[in-house]
Design a protein around this ligand. Structure first.
Ligand code: PHE
Length: 404
């Protein structure tokens, strides 16, 4: 006879008793060993006393892989620069800096596991990451509880740094980013009727669409349709058909590049010939591959542009390209900035003590970053301009800078 519900230990015991034999070992539910998160080789397995170890969590594989890979390159670039200049003096001794990186495959549960491992096992002194706000939100409470400062290079949802005083970011936040695109839509694209297509599973997408809607509707615009999908969906035709029926002049899609690329293609197939508008989540070379000509002419807000003529920025772009074979996207720039800000704080603290590094991070002011100058406000957020980029012939072109 088969029992469809799980067999309890008590039931098993009585079964064993009935059969007249004793189990050799107590019957316990089998616990599968947790597979450790994948590590990459940036840091030696054992770190000696002369090395300061940082931790990083990112999506090195999966549908947001370019987010993690670019960030990792940017972070490593910063470490190489600091190490080449002699490292950082802590407790009166010059030490090298290394980073241990775990791949979370773009999944929040994996990000949470990885951060626990970095804190408890690797004993890192600072955590860098994540990119996606939902993943940073899964990590932040653990960093906060352990008093290990966490610096997210690029998570823009306000809730991330609200977790506590150990959580910092070197980028702007979404209430600003949403306003930037709403203003641009009204004043420059000159559209008054916009549809929204958002990712219901992403804190980033939900927040950003709401900030856009708030500003847009308060300033004379109308939202004619609001549709949603879930990360990983591949068929958006139902939502797009509903949107088409409402005749929008543009569609705001604050999602990540893989989904947005497919959305653009399917919108074009359905004859929806209006520009798409988006946020920093569009930032990836892959967007152009996936979206093809369907994404051409669309606009998105971002943290920096490779067209920025500032010598510091152009020098960074040149040496990054020489090292990695492609120009840094905004994640490469922000990864570099986050690592630099963190290492500066360690240098000023002269210590790897969490509370001391935290205090120095909080004082970050006028730091010359690649994606803008970084001054952290009392909520541990950077206040700095955004840029608007337009997709043209398989690349993004600088259109405007918007100050806070
Ligand atoms: N801001 C996005 C988020 O919070 C992440 C992101 C930043 C993606 C920059 C691309 C570029 O989820």
């Amino acid at each position: 006879m088969f029992v469809s519900r799980p067999v309890g230990v008590a039931a098993l015991c009585s079964l064993v008793a009935l059969l007249g034999c004793e189990p050799k070992q107590p019957l316990e539910p089998k616990v599968e060993p947790k597979t450790p998160p994948k590590t990459t080789t940036n840091a030696p397995a054992a770190v000696d006393a002369d090395t300061i170890l940082l931790g990083e969590v990112g999506s090195l594989t999966g549908s947001e892989a370019t987010f993690g890979l670019s960030t990792k390159n940017g972070v490593q670039f910063a470490l190489d620069e600091v190490n080449a200049a002699g490292g950082i003096v802590v407790d009166g001794k010059a030490k090298k800096v290394a980073v241990r990186v775990y791949d979370d495959q773009g999944k929040s549960e994996e990000a949470a596991n990885a951060v626990s491992r970095l804190i408890n096992q690797d004993k890192v002194v600072v955590i860098l990451g994540e990119v996606a706000s939902s993943n940073s939100l899964a990590m932040a409470p653990k960093a906060q509880a352990a008093q290990v400062p966490m610096v997210t290079p690029s998570s823009t949802n306000p809730k991330v740094t609200e977790v506590g005083d150990y959580i910092f970011r070197v980028c702007f936040i979404d209430p600003f980013q949403g306003t930037v695109m709403s203003k641009f839509a009204l004043d420059t694209v000159k559209v008054k009727k916009v549809a929204i297509l958002k990712d219901n599973k992403s804190d980033y997408s939900l927040g950003l669409s709401q900030y856009f809607v708030d500003h847009f509707t308060k300033n004379g615009g109308t939202i004619v349709a609001e549709e949603a999908y879930s990360k990983g969906d591949t068929d958006f035709r139902g939502q797009l058909t509903a949107i088409k029926g409402k005749k929008p002049q543009a569609i705001y899609v604050p999602g990540y590049y893989t989904d947005v690329g497919v959305v653009a293609r399917q919108a074009k197939e359905l004859g929806l010939a209006v520009p798409l508008l988006g946020g920093d989540g569009w930032e990836s070379e892959k967007l152009f591959e996936l979206g093809g000509s369907a994404i051409d002419g669309s606009y998105f807000s971002n943290h920096y542009s490779t067209d920025d003529p500032t010598p510091r920025v152009q020098n960074f772009i040149k040496s990054y390209e020489a090292k990695y074979g492609s120009k840094p996207d905004s994640l490469g720039a922000l990864g570099y900035d986050a690592a630099m800000v963190a290492m500066e704080a360690i240098r000023r603290a002269g210590s790897t003590n969490g509370p001391k590094i935290r205090d120095e991070l909080a004082k970050t002011k006028d730091h010359p970053g690649i994606a803008g100058t970084i001054t952290l406000d009392d909520k541990r957020n950077a206040v700095k301009p955004a840029v608007i980029l337009q997709v043209k012939d398989g690349k993004s072109v600088y259109v405007a800078t918007v100050n806070p």
